[in-house]
Write a protein that binds this ligand. Structure first.
Ligand code: PFF
Length: 461
């Protein structure tokens, strides 16, 4: 094994601890928090969902986050390199994780491009009286299978802008790119989004929306699917077991309080998620109030339809529509972009380390290839169709398998648990006890295996 210490010398690092924390929050807080969490919670037991959610956070989320941090910080490489330094064949797991990042990046960028278009549409609510028809018909042209949207006014232009922005940040690197973008935009995002939520909860009908979201349906706790939804949400939302947190931790300075930073990141991410749930459902309550129907009778409470069909309808009804529309879609763009750059630096730094390329070559190569695939898929109508399947595979099957393999290999096959635990404790003020080993070595893999088997079973069935 190469000496991890020697090999890590000269590695680019974040310039301060807050830079690492903001970057990790930037990666975690993303589209998943705003458009995924509220709908998942609503469909999976409402207020009762908070129980599996918290269990998943404490038994798998935070423990696996610490595992990612320990591996990256100790072995000073992106996932493939860190795993190779631990044991050569495990490098394959790192490439599997990198593959997931690549796939998610391709569609994640498209959703950010939609949000960017909608940011501009907000100024005069260009979606008109029929946001559903506008989104799928005029904007995405889903009615005409395989037809390309036009470059200007379609998805292609915003997609090109998004990929050029990704390229710019990758070229600037960790300290000047990733760190600066997050230090500026994450506080802005939290402030802007809090403003949006305050406005939403003071709208008429907001209470009905909150009741719809938080009224507990206890029977849901008996449903395995609800538990699966909680674990998937935690993994996707915290960006764990994708190799991203390994990469970010590898860019952290050697003297760094890793576990305490992890707790801050996990707390910030979950708080943002719950805040988003409150904001989104207050706004939906308002829409139901305007239409004089019950919140449960509204359609399109999850996924792309929530953000690009239901929300435009809410915004059009709101006083100050242009301002609040721009704030909502601006938040989606910022939250999504700070996650997308984490996905892409994982891929480009991984390739850079493997083939000894310059940062510029790796960044240009990765942005151009991903950008072209994204453009090819999403400037025609195949994108929307591909999104669901790819999202399902990457987030349910892909990342769960990755987490199972990672925990079992590290703790049982290679028996690195104690070494990693001592590493975390040597640098951090919040010490992790042997309970951490039990969680990452036993509880998390058992839960995750049950989830995976059930998921694969339901797909085959
Ligand atoms: N955590 C991001 C979100 O909640 O939207 C998504 C994400 C980013 C997933 C980075 C995975 C990842 F590696």
């Amino acid at each position: 094994m190469t000496s991890a210490k020697a090999a890590g010398e000269g590695r680019e690092t974040f310039t301060r601890n807050s830079g690492f924390i903001f970057a990790a929050i930037g990666s975690a807080v993303g589209l998943g928090n705003i458009w995924r969490f509220p709908g998942v919670a609503y469909e999976s037991g409402g207020g009762a969902f908070l129980i599996p959610y918290l269990v998943a956070l404490l038994t798998a989320g935070i423990p696996v986050l610490f595992l990612d941090y320990a591996v990256g910080h100790r072995f000073r490489g992106t996932a493939p390199l860190s795993f190779r330094r631990i044991k050569k064949p495990v490098e394959a797991l790192g490439w599997f994780q990198t593959g997931l990042l690549f796939v998610i990046g391709v569609y994640y960028a498209a959703v950010i491009a939609w949000a960017l278009s909608y940011f501009f549409f907000s100024f005069n609510q260009s979606w008109g009286d029929d946001p559903a028809g506008f989104f799928t018909g005029e904007y995405l042209k889903v009615g005409d299978p395989g037809v390309s949207t036009t470059i200007v006014g379609g998805v292609a232009l915003p997609l090109i802008v998004v990929w050029l922005a990704v390229l710019a940040v990758l070229l600037l690197g960790v300290a000047n790119g990733i760190e600066k973008v997050n230090i500026v935009f994450i506080p802005l995002l939290f402030i802007g989004f809090a403003g949006l939520v305050i406005r939403a909860v003071t709208l008429p009908g907001a209470v009905d929306g909150l009741n719809a979201l938080f009224t507990p349906k206890w029977a849901a706790l008996k449903d395995l699917d609800v538990w699966i939804a909680a674990y998937s949400q935690i993994f996707f939302s915290l960006s764990i077991a994708f190799g991203i947190m390994i990469a970010y931790a590898s860019f952290q300075r050697r003297k760094a309080n890793m576990t305490s930073s992890g707790l801050v990141v996990a707390f910030a991410n979950s708080s943002f998620e719950i805040l988003a749930g409150i904001g989104v459902f207050s706004a939906l309550g308002f829409l139901a109030y305007q239409q004089q129907i019950a919140v449960s009778d509204l359609e399109g409470l999850t996924g792309p339809i929530l953000s690009f069909v239901t929300f435009p309808a809410v915004i059009s009804e709101m006083p100050g529509a242009a301002f609040f529309g721009a704030l909502f879609f601006g938040s989606l763009v910022v939250a999504g972009f700070t996650s997308l750059i984490s996905l892409m630096i994982g891929v480009s730094a991984g390739i850079q380390e493997k083939w000894g390329l310059s940062r510029t070559k790796a960044a240009v190569g990765v942005s151009v290839v991903c950008g072209l695939i994204s453009l090819g898929l999403f400037s025609t109508t195949s994108g929307l169709i591909a999104l669901d399947t790819v999202d399902m595979f990457a987030n349910n099957v892909g990342v769960v398998s990755s987490a199972i393999l990672m925990t079992i290999i590290m703790i049982w096959v290679l028996r690195r648990g104690d070494m990693l635990r001592h590493h975390l404790n040597a640098v951090s003020t919040f010490k992790v006890g042997r309970i951490w080993l039990a969680l990452v070595g036993v509880v998390a893999p058992i839960f995750l295996t049950i989830m995976l088997v059930q998921k694969v079973w339901s797909v085959i069935d």
